[in-house]
Write a protein that binds this ligand. Structure first.
Ligand SMILES: Nc1ncnc2c1ncn2[C@@H]1O[C@H](COP(=O)(O)OP(=O)(O)OP(=O)(O)O)[C@@H](O)[C@H]1O
Length: 262
């Protein structure tokens, strides 16, 4: 869904995303516990952590799919803790979905066109009624940004798994988001597909702030300039990729040994 023209420009000095004392409990499980995070305009931040660390819950809290048990979520300078996912999307937040929203019997071009229209319908009819020249050419720009320009005419069902993930990314870009959050974009990809995705993510416009929630350290440490490590619902460490690589704590967490951050 395109961001409204009236969208407020994020001040370059304030954080695009700020989490304050954020917590989500499921009964007795503290899935996310007292997380603090600031993400600045144009930054690339990876959130990593082993299974059950709370990454997906954090993602759902930011996206507006879960209501926090405690704490605050500020997006683009405003407290949007109590707003719906839809409102956040209107304000400039885009996300990818773990369950694919692609139309597999349609071409890449048509999928992107529908994403730009922001509504379902017959592509042929929408295109005929569409006097918006820019929108028609924008599918190519989106495909290029996601490394799929050569696949515009290909039916989505014929794309590789990795290419489908790239297309999901391109569709998320259709709304011209200011903040893009990606939940395990490399899940299930082959090493070659991961390489392609890493390149695509690394080359995304700096107008877009990127938060990547990723189980896999390889992609997270290449794309992220700053890395947040979660374990047992808590943010246990934050640092540069080099700091994370050489951290004894991270090594212990990922080796699956008994974790004790305190
Ligand atoms: N809807 C839910 N109801 C109850 N417990 C939940 C729910 N969602 C998550 N949890 C629990 O919260 C904790 C954090 O889960 P979460 O899925 O956020 O971790 P994760 O880091 O994303 O893990 P993974 O990498 O395996 O996806 C886990 O103990 C999980 O069992």
């Amino acid at each position: 869904m395109p961001a409204p023209d009236s969208a407020v420009v994020t001040p370059s000095n304030g954080p695009v995303l700020a989490l304050r004392g954020l917590a989500k409990h499921f009964g007795g499980v503290h899935a996310v516990a007292d997380v603090e995070l600031d993400v600045s305009h144009g930054e690339r931040v990876s959130v990593i952590g082993p299974n059950g660390a709370g990454k997906s819950t954090l993602f759902n809290l930011i996206a507006g799919d879960y209501r926090p048990t405690a704490g605050r979520i500020e997006l683009f300078g405003d407290d949007l803790t109590r707003t719906s996912a839809r409102v956040r999307a209107h304000r400039g937040l885009a996300r990818t979905f773990q369950t694919s929203k692609l139309f597999t019997t349609m071409t890449v071009d048509d999928n992107l066109y529908l994403a730009l229209c922001g509504k379902p319908g017959s592509v042929r009819r929408l295109r005929r009624a569409d006097g918006d020249e820019r929108r028609r050419s924008r599918t190519r720009e989106l495909a290029r940004a996601a490394g799929l320009e050569a696949k515009l005419a290909t039916e989505v069902g014929e794309l590789s798994h990795g290419e489908q993930r790239q297309l999901e990314l391109a569709m998320a870009l259709a709304s011209e988001p200011r903040l893009l959050i990606l939940d395990e974009p490399a899940a299930g990809l082959s090493p070659a597909e991961r390489g392609t995705l890493t390149k695509v993510l690394s080359e995304l416009s700096r107008d877009i702030t990127l938060v990547l929630i990723e189980h896999d350290m390889d992609i997270a440490l290449v794309v992220g300039e700053r890395v947040v490590v979660m374990a047992d619902g808590e943010k246990v460490l934050e640092g540069t990729p080099d700091e994370i690589r050489s951290s004894e704590l991270v090594r212990r967490i990922y080796l699956g040994g008994a974790f004790d951050a305190h």
